[in-house]
Design a protein around this ligand. Structure first.
Ligand code: C5P
Length: 245
């Protein structure tokens, strides 16, 4: 039997073509999953209505919009997003000015802001093409430091970068890690991957899992497997707590 604490660390990414399919999956997963991520794929297919519905079902909702624009636009977008009553919203963590504008946009709301550091599907070569000579882990750390300085609640980062980010920030700073795969399973297009137990042991508060659950033959059993791994890591090492909402 896994603990309910372990369940709170799992966020399932609803990357699906239609909200109908997403709703069916949520119903099938039932009480096994308490936290969902709605991202760009569903945004243009009813994703915001789905986010509101999930909140009505007492689920936690992470709206993964990865905002990137001038500060004024990001500030106003965040201010409007606070009306949705969601738990997490992402902003690209590229510069301090925009991050500060985002923080100003959520004034007075409980919405938690997470900065995207370096996408987990990018390699050192991809970063070099953008003109940066930093290793992905160093760039991720730099951006995490900017987000921390701006007053963000946390970051999205690979599990491979979690320990250094934890050390450079604070125990309360949230580290949410996508690019999670069970030992020996396919990585799809992800590059900087980690197992759920290693990510939690490295200090991640939440892991984000999409295709290994959404495309599994038995999604509920797949979700349970991830929760078991989290539970084992918590028992062995402890970790940052899941967010209190
Ligand atoms: O299917 P998979 O588990 O690879 O999905 C990972 C999810 O995390 C996707 O929804 C993707 O958009 C998101 N994500 C990511 N890397 C980041 C930020 C978000 O993979 N740095």
């Amino acid at each position: 039997m896994t603990s309910s604490a372990a369940r709170d660390h799992l966020i399932v990414a609803l990357d699906m073509p239609t909200v109908e399919e997403a709703r069916r999956l949520v119903a099938e997963l039932g009480d096994t999953v308490s936290f969902y991520k709605v991202g760009l794929e569903l945004l243009f297919a009813g994703g915001l209505d789905l986010a509101r519905d999930l909140k009505r079902q007492n689920k936690n909702v992470f709206l993964d919009m990865k905002l990137l624009d001038i500060g004024n636009t990001v500030e106003r977008a965040v201010a409007n997003a606070t009306e949705l009553g969601i738990n997490f919203l992402t902003v690209h963590g590229h510069d301090l000015k925009t991050l500060r504008a985002a923080v100003s946009g959520r004034t007075g709301s409980k919405l938690k802001l997470l900065a995207v550091t370096v996408m987990t599907n990018l390699t050192a070569d991809d970063i070099r093409q953008q003109g940066s000579s930093l290793a992905p882990a160093d760039l991720a750390l730099r951006r995490a430091e900017l987000a921390y300085a701006a007053g963000f609640d946390g970051v999205i980062a690979s599990g491979q970068e979690a320990a250094r980010i934890r050390e450079a920030t604070s125990p309360k700073f949230l580290i949410v890690t996508p690019g999670i795969r069970l030992q020996g399973s396919t990585t799809d297009d992800q590059e900087r991957v980690m197992t759920p137990d290693n990510a939690i042991s490295a200090g991640a508060n939440h892991i984000v899992v999409g295709r290994p659950i959404t495309q599994a033959d038995a999604p509920k059993a797949a979700a349970e497997k991830f929760i078991t791994c989290i539970d084992e890591a918590l028992a062995a090492h402890g970790s940052g707590s899941p967010t209190s909402h």
